[in-house]
Design a protein around this ligand. Structure first.
Ligand code: NAG
Length: 205
């Protein structure tokens, strides 16, 4: 009886390790401390270059993204730039649906005005060598609300791509965001990851 339990826990332990090993290594930087975290990851059947170009093609987000309905690159005064290429230290105006719209969406899918949120962000990382992006909300002062969204890509099994997204919310306002939006934000991260996979795979097939 006791031996059986020991054997069972050894087997479970091995199972857990095998499952952990099955996840590709993370390409995100170490997480900073915070109040709560939204995150999602997914394996995409496409080369990393294809996924990277979809991730950075902000003007096409309305065509596929049920969570981030638009993401506009601006100057420091939040004026839209003609060249929408993302660079560090440019700003973003993001229109999100929290919770996300039902998938799939296209450019003509109307917003749900009750669930529309606008945020003003600074682009903090566009790393073409490491396939990492980050942007941080700068609408509410950082001591009150820290919210930096990281996304990273890495190659797995030679020709597939591992997509990871993570946003840590910190500061006193983080508790408010947690209470009001944590579940819906998590839904948004998962919906975007799934739609991103579908979009990238549809473009290369
Ligand atoms: C925006 O991010 C860049 C890159 O990290 C940084 O150098 C700059 O100081 C930031 N600007 C603001 C207004 O937060």
């Amino acid at each position: 009886m006791k031996l059986g339990m020991i054997c069972a826990s050894i087997l479970l332990g091995i199972g857990h390790r095998a499952a952990a090993q099955a996840l590709p290594p993370s390409n995100l930087p170490p997480a900073t401390p915070g109040v709560f975290t939204s995150q999602a990851s997914i394996i995409i059947d496409a080369p990393i270059a294809a996924a990277w170009s979809v991730l950075l093609d902000f003007p096409s987000y309305p065509e596929w993204n049920p969570f981030v309905r638009s993401q506009i690159v601006t100057d420091a005064l939040f004026t839209q730039l003609a060249d929408q290429t993302a660079h560090e230290n440019l700003r973003l105006i993001i229109q999100a649906q929290i919770p996300p719209l039902p998938s799939p969406v296209d450019a003509n899918t109307p917003p749900n005005p009750l669930h529309s949120q606008t945020s003003f962000e600074n682009i903090t990382t566009i790393d073409h060598a490491e396939y990492r992006t980050s942007w941080r909300q700068i609408m509410i002062p950082a001591p009150l609300l820290g919210a930096e969204r990281w996304q990273a890509l890495s190659t797995v099994n030679g020709e597939k791509t591992y997509y990871e997204a993570r946003e840590v919310f910190s500061g006193p306002v983080g508790y408010v965001v947690d209470a009001l939006f944590a579940a819906e934000l998590q839904e948004g991260f998962e919906a975007q990851a799934a739609a991103f996979k579908t979009r990238v795979e549809s473009l290369i097939l």
